[in-house]
Design a protein around this ligand. Structure first.
Ligand code: KG4
Ligand code: ZN
Length: 351
């Protein structure tokens, strides 16, 4: 018998609900509704208070629509998975309370899901054969992490960003170039028209060694773009070339460090997840770099931007192991990644 899991995601500016059917561990997406909040565009970034209010208005119809599109009612569900963090606290609160109330009213098991673990599960929605071990590059608006995934639920942190997240760098550079929010898609579009190599920008930490070999930093790159913009005599002429220069620099570091991690660990697969994984050039370059060595798994853009299908997928895995969140589940803007071990933790438990 297939289990039907309702997923809910409201951590940032997408109100999303999905129904996932899981049979013998294999997920099959029954419906996915994603309502993007356009209200933030005029402000050039997400305004937390407006995000919470928009989630409040739309959460009920979005969940209803997901159930309708899947052709099921509440009584058919086997569990509810909801993003518990990290994210905007007010935004998280709306989805979490809705999911919690639904579970309480129906007696269904409830599981709180870590947003980034959701991103990690996204490619399984299109490729049910995807299994650890693999190296995962998680790149979103708030995080940049390189993980050694030995098994689902067992994650070793190889490195993360020291300052800006990769997506944040795309957004900030887009703002410097006078492009709209979110910046990633506009930079990618413009970079296609830009001349490679006209602007020589730094590849931060590319050749760092030791414990820093898998660490990232993007704020220096952003400052280099700022200087180039300030020194440009004609920004309309230079805009596309700068977008190209920035994207090439950012992707060089992301691709090279991920590939080196896969080679060092000998993992046959690399997973890229999070909003920045929507960038076609990132996936293309990763495939070229790892050709003949590792397979690169990337979900389609709809499943890489924030969505409830990935939350249902991660939640289904935890529910199948008998894990449950209690009625005391609360949203946490800095929720720890479940199962994540850092090098420092590993040293602390070593004899
Ligand atoms: O995962 P996500 O949808 O939300 C967070 O969890 O943060 O990621 C959003 C980030 C934004 O910074 C956005 O600019 C970036 O993903 N992004 C992209 C692209 N599409 C979205 N970055 C580079 N290229 C893209 N095509
Ligand atoms: Zn995300």
């Amino acid at each position: 018998m297939a289990e039907l899991i309702l997923g809910i995601e409201t951590s940032c500016d997408e109100t999303s609900a999905a129904v996932l059917s899981v049979s013998e561990g294999r997920p099959s997406l029954q419906s996915l509704v994603i309502l993007s909040q356009d209200v933030h565009k005029v402000f050039g970034g997400v305004v937390p208070e407006l995000a919470s209010r928009a989630h409040l208005r739309t959460i009920a119809p979005v969940v209803d629509q997901a159930l309708t599109e899947a052709g099921i009612g509440l009584a058919d569900l086997s569990g509810v998975a909801v993003t518990a963090g990290p994210g905007l606290i007010g935004a998280l609160l709306v989805g979490l309370m809705y999911g919690k109330t639904l579970a309480w009213r129906t007696g269904l098991p409830l599981i709180g899901v870590h947003h980034l673990e959701g991103h990690l599960f996204a490619p399984t929605l299109e490729d049910a054969t995807l299994e650890p071990p693999f190296v995962a590059l998680l790149v979103s608006g708030g995080h940049t992490m390189l993980l050694d995934v030995r098994a689902w639920g067992s994650y070793r942190l190889l490195g993360q960003t020291r300052d800006d997240a990769a997506g944040e760098a795309f957004d900030k550079v887009a703002a410097l170039l006078g492009l709209g929010y979110p910046g990633g898609p506009s930079i990618e579009r413009l970079a296609r028209e830009g001349k490679p190599g006209r602007f020589k920008l730094p590849r931060p930490m590319l050749d760092a060694t030791g414990a820093d070999r898998f660490a990232f930093s993007f704020s220096g790159l952003k400052t280099a773009v700022l200087r180039a913009v300030q020194q440009s005599p004609d920004i309309d002429r230079d805009r596309a070339d700068l977008a190209r220069g920035f994207q090439d620099a950012a992707l060089d570091v992301l691709v090279e460090k991920t590939a080196r991690a896969a080679e060092e660990l000998g993992h046959p697969t690399v997973v890229i997840g999070g909003g920045v994984a929507c960038n076609r050039a990132l996936a293309d370059r990763m495939r070229i770099r790892l050709d003949g060595f590792a397979r690169v798994a990337v979900a389609s853009p709809r499943l890489n931007t924030d969505n409830a299908a990935m939350i249902a997928a991660a939640g289904a895995w935890h529910l199948a192991r008998g894990e449950r969140s209690g009625g005391n589940l609360e949203p946490m803007d800095n929720l720890p990644f479940p199962g994540l071990v850092t090098e420092a933790d590993a040293e602390a438990v070593a004899p």
